[in-house]
Design a protein around this ligand. Structure first.
Ligand code: ADP
Ligand code: ZN
Ligand code: ZN
Length: 718
C-alpha cells in the first residue's frame, strides 16, 4: 500500500445540485500547493481538478480511510494564483453555484480534456520569436476631454465610468491607459472586455497595431467562445504564464488567469450580454469591479448609455448627498471631429426625426417621409440602415374564417412565418413545419400573415425602391442581416464586408446590426416599429430601447473624414423613429441625445418603486411538467424558509410564484418567484441559507415532476 503524505481538497465539476460538498478529498504522494491542476478519479472517469487547499502532511492516512489517490499533476502549468481562486470562490458564493462547477467552467475546455502527455506536447510548441523592441509607441495627441479623463484615471483609484458618446474617443483613452499600465511595470497585464464576439476582431486589430511593435506580436491575445479549443487554450496559457500582456475578450474573459492584472476595461458596460444566462449566472461587469478591487487593478467602464446601476453608482457628490457614488464619473461629451460651435459638422450627432404614425395611412410600414429620405440617400450613394427587432416574415399566420393561429404545439408562443423556405418556425423550441395551404382547423384557404418581420421588410423595401437608381444608374441594393442570414460560419463577416465595400444601399436587420459595427458610410438609421418596449412588463425595457436607439444613432456618420469628403454637411446624418407615441419621454430624450435626462427620469421612477439600483433582486425559477408542480415547488420552498425563519428574511420581500411571460417552452412549464431587498447582504445571507432548503424541498415526493430549478442573482430580465 503506497504511503501518502498529504490530503488535498480538490474543486472539481460534479453534477450540480447533486448534494456533493464543494470540495472532495484525495490523497497525494506529496503536498501540493493550492491552485495546482491535477487529474483525479471520479466514479469511473478521470477528471481535471484544482487543488483548493492542502492539509498538513499527515504521514499515513488514518486507519481504514478509503481516500482515493490523485491520478497525476498537470506538469508545466503553474498553480492558479490566490486572486484567481478568490474570484472563483466569490462568484460561486454570490451566484449560488457549486465552487467546482464555476472553477472548471472558468478553465479552457482543452485543459479538462487533454491527457497530460498531449498537454505537455502543446506546451512545448515553440512560440514565435519575441519581436518586442524598445520602440516608443506613437502617441496621438489627446483632445482636452480625453486628456482630462486619462489624467484622472492615472491619478485616482476608481472604479471609473467613462461616459462618452460613440465616437467620442473612449477606445483611444482605453489604449492610452493600458499603455501606461504596461509601461509602468514589465509584468503588468490588461484585460479588455467587449460584449460581442463580432466586435473582437476590430478591437484586436487596433490593439495589435498599437502594441505589437512595442511589446511583441504575442502580447495581445483574444479569449471568447468563437475561438477553436486549441486557440482558446493557447490564449489562456499565454495569459496565465504572463506572456500575454493584453487579453481581449467577451464576458468569459473575466475569469482568465492574469497574475499581473493591473487594469480592466469593460467597454459598452451596459450591454446585457455581460450577464451569463446559464449555469452560474454571473455579471462579468460586476465581477470585473470585484476583481479589480481584490487584485488591485484599475477598472474602467465605458458607455454612451450606461446601465442605470452604473450611472447611479457614479453620481457625483451633492450637498444633499455628500458621499456621492462609489465610482468616479468621467464625461466626454464631444465627438471627435465635431466642429466647435457647429451642430451640423461632420462629427455632429445624428439628428433625430420622429414620425407620428397616427398621422400616417393605417398599416403603413414605411411612412412617406422616411421612404423619401431613404430614396434620397440611395440616389446620393449613401447608405441607410433599417432596424426591426423581429426576424422572419411575419410573427404569426391567421385564418380569417375560424380564427386559427399558428401556435407552436410545444410552447405558449406563435410559430413564425418564414417565407423564403415556406416554413412555420418556433423561435423558442425550434419546432418547424411547412406552411399549410389551407387552414388546418377549418380548411379555409383564407390564411394570412399578421404583423411583420425583417424578411417582409426587406421584400417591401425592394418593391418600394425598385425604381430608385444609385448615382451610377444601377438599381438600389437591399440586404438583410439577422440570425437567419448569418447561421453559416463566416456569413456575418461576409455580409458585413459587403456593407463596408459599399455594395449595399439599404441594410435591413435586427438589433444585431445596431451594435458596435463600424459602418462608416451610413447616414440614415431608422427604427420602424420600436414602440413595443415602451409598454413592456419588463421594467428595464425602456432602458434597453434607449441604449439601442442611441447606439444605432451612433452608427450614422462614423467616419468624419468620409463624411467631409462626401460633402454631406448639407444632409446631416439622421436617426428616424416611427412611433404612435412620438412624445414619449424616451424619444424626447433621444431627440436631444440627453442620456442624463433620460437616466434622471428613469431613476426617479425606480426610486419611487424601490427597484434596482435602489433595491437588490434575485429570482428562483422552477421548470416542471405542469405549472402546478413548478409553482408548488416554489410555494413549498417559501413556506419552508418562513418555517425555519431563515436569516435575512426580515429584510426581504418574497413575491408569490408566477408563470414566465412565455410560460411553456418545449413542453416544459416555467414559473419563477422574485425576491427583493434594500440590502444586498441580507439577500445574500438568505440565499445561502435557502439553498439547502431548496434542495431538500426538491426531493420531497410531491415535487417529483420538477425538471430543474435555478437561482438568478441580480437578474436582468424579470
Ligand atoms: P469611441 O470608442 O468612443 O467610439 P474611438 O476611440 O473609436 O471612439 O474614436 C473615434 C474615432 O476618432 C476613431 O477613428 C479614432 O481613431 C479617432 N480618434 C480618437 N481619439 C483621437 C484623437 N485624440 N485625435 C484624433 N483622432 C482620434
Ligand atoms: Zn380556419
Ligand atoms: Zn415551440
Amino acid at each position: 500500500m503506497p504511503i501518502h503524505s498529504a490530503i488535498v481538497h480538490i474543486a472539481l465539476h460534479t453534477p450540480s445540485h447533486s448534494g456533493v460538498g464543494d470540495l472532495l478529498s484525495y490523497a497525494s504522494p506529496q503536498p501540493l500547493p493550492p491552485g495546482t491542476l491535477v487529474r483525479v478519479p471520479l466514479g469511473k472517469r478521470e477528471v481535471l481538478g484544482v487543488v483548493w487547499d492542502a492539509v498538513d502532511a499527515t504521514g499515513e492516512l488514518p486507519e481504514g480511510a478509503a481516500m482515493r489517490p490523485i491520478a497525476g499533476v498537470l506538469e508545466g502549468v503553474a498553480p492558479l494564483g490566490q486572486p484567481w481562486r478568490r474570484l472563483v470562490a466569490f462568484a460561486a458564493r454570490y451566484y449560488q453555484r457549486a465552487l467546482g462547477e464555476v472553477a472548471l467552467a472558468a478553465l479552457p475546455p482543452q485543459l479538462r480534456d487533454l491527457q497530460p502527455e498531449q498537454l505537455a506536447r502543446r506546451l512545448k510548441r515553440p512560440g514565435k520569436a519575441q519581436d518586442a523592441t524598445e520602440n516608443a509607441i506613437q502617441k496621438i495627441a489627446l483632445t482636452t476631454e480625453q486628456e482630462r479623463a486619462r489624467a484622472q484615471i492615472s491619478s485616482e483609484s476608481g472604479p471609473f465610468l467613462l461616459f462618452g458618446s460613440t465616437g467620442s474617443g473612449k477606445t483611444e483613452v482605453y489604449l492610452r491607459c493600458v499603455q501606461e499600465a504596461l509601461e509602468a511595470d514589465p509584468t503588468a497585464q490588461a484585460l479588455v472586455m467587449v460584449p460581442e464576439i463580432n466586435l473582437t476582431p476590430q478591437l484586436e486589430e487596433r490593439f495589435t497595431t498599437r502594441f505589437a511593435p512595442r511589446f511583441g506580436s504575442q502580447a495581445v491575445v483574444s479569449l471568447h467562445s468563437g475561438m477553436t479549443n486549441p486557440q482558446r487554450l493557447k490564449s489562456w496559457l499565454a495569459a496565465h504564464s504572463g506572456a500575454a500582456r493584453i487579453v481581449l475578450g467577451t464576458r468569459m474573459a473575466v475569469f482568465a488567469s492574469l497574475p499581473g492584472l493591473k487594469i480592466i476595461v469593460v467597454d459598452e458596460e451596459h450591454d446585457p450580454s455581460y450577464k451569463q444566462q446559464e449555469g452560474a449566472r454571473y455579471s462579468a461587469r460586476d465581477l470585473a469591479i470585484w476583481r479589480g478591487r481584490e487584485q488591485g487593478a484599475k477598472v474602467l467602464l465605458g458607455s454612451a448609455t450606461p446601465s442605470l446601476e452604473t450611472w447611479h453608482a457614479s453620481r457625483p457628490p451633492t450637498p444633499e448627498d455628500p458621499e456621492g457614488g462609489r465610482y468616479v464619473r468621467l464625461a466626454m461629451p464631444s465627438r471627435i471631429g465635431a466642429g466647435v460651435g457647429t451642430d451640423r459638422g461632420a462629427g455632429a450627432p445624428a439628428r433625430v426625426r420622429r414620425v407620428d404614425m397616427n398621422q400616417q395611412p393605417r398599416r403603413a410600414i414605411f411612412s412617406a417621409p422616411l421612404l423619401a429620405a431613404i430614396t434620397e440617400r440611395v440616389a446620393r450613394g449613401e447608405q441607410s440602415m433599417v432596424l426591426l427587432n423581429r426576424r422572419g416574415y411575419a410573427p404569426v399566420l391567421h385564418c380569417a374564417d375560424c380564427g386559427w393561429k399558428s401556435d407552436c404545439p410545444h410552447c405558449s408562443a406563435h410559430q413564425v412565418f418564414h417565407k423564403a423556405d415556406r416554413t412555420l418556425r418556433c423561435h423558442h423550441c425550434g419546432y418547424t413545419v411547412r406552411v399549410p395551404r389551407a387552414c388546418p382547423t377549418c380548411g379555409s384557404p383564407d390564411i394570412h400573415s399578421m404583423g411583420r418581420g425583417t424578411e417582409q421588410l426587406e421584400e417591401q423595401l425592394s418593391a418600394l425602391l425598385s425604381e430608385v437608381l444609385r448615382p451610377d444608374r444601377t438599381p438600389a441594393r437591399i440586404a438583410r442581416i439577422d440570425a437567419d442570414t448569418t447561421k453559416a460560419k463566416g456569413a456575418l463577416e461576409a455580409q458585413l464586408a459587403q456593407v463596408h465595400a459599399g455594395e449595399v444601399d439599404v441594410l435591413v436587420g435586427t438589433q444585431m446590426i445596431a451594435k458596435g459595427h463600424d459602418f462608416r458610410r451610413i447616414t440614415l438609421v431608422a427604427a420602424v416599429q420600436p414602440d413595443g418596449a415602451l409598454f413592456s412588463s419588463d421594467f428595464r425595457a425602456p432602458e434597453r430601447l434607449f441604449a439601442l436607439l442611441m447606439q444605432a444613432a451612433g452608427r450614422a456618420g462614423r467616419d468624419a473624414a468620409y463624411m467631409a469628403a462626401q460633402a454631406v454637411h448639407g444632409s446631416q446624418c439622421e436617426m428616424w423613429v416611427q412611433s404612435y407615441h412620438p412624445k414619449h419621454p424616451v424619444y424626447e430624450a433621444l431627440r436631444t441625445h440627453d442620456y442624463p435626462a433620460f437616466a434622471a427620469q428613469q431613476l426617479q421612477e425606480r426610486e419611487e418603486a424601490a427597484m434596482p439600483p435602489f433595491a437588490y433582486q434575485a429570482l428562483v425559477r422552477a421548470d416542471a411538467r405542469s405549472q402546478e408542480v413548478a409553482q408548488g415547488f416554489l410555494t413549498a420552498a417559501t413556506a419552508a424558509a418562513h418555517a425555519a425563519d431563515l436569516p435575512g428574511l426580515e429584510a426581504i420581500t418574497l413575491f408569490p410564484p408566477v408563470p414566465l411571460t412565455i410560460q411553456r417552452v418545449a413542453n416544459v412549464e416555467r414559473a419563477q418567484m422574485l425576491m427583493e431587498s434594500p440590502s444586498r447582504a441580507a439577500l445574500q445571507r438568505f440565499l445561502a441559507a435557502w439553498q439547502p432548503v431548496l434542495q431538500t424541498t426538491r426531493s420531497a415526493p410531491e415535487h417529483k415532476g420538477l425538471v430543474r430549478w435555478l437561482v438568478d442573482v441580480d437578474p436582468l430580465v424579470i
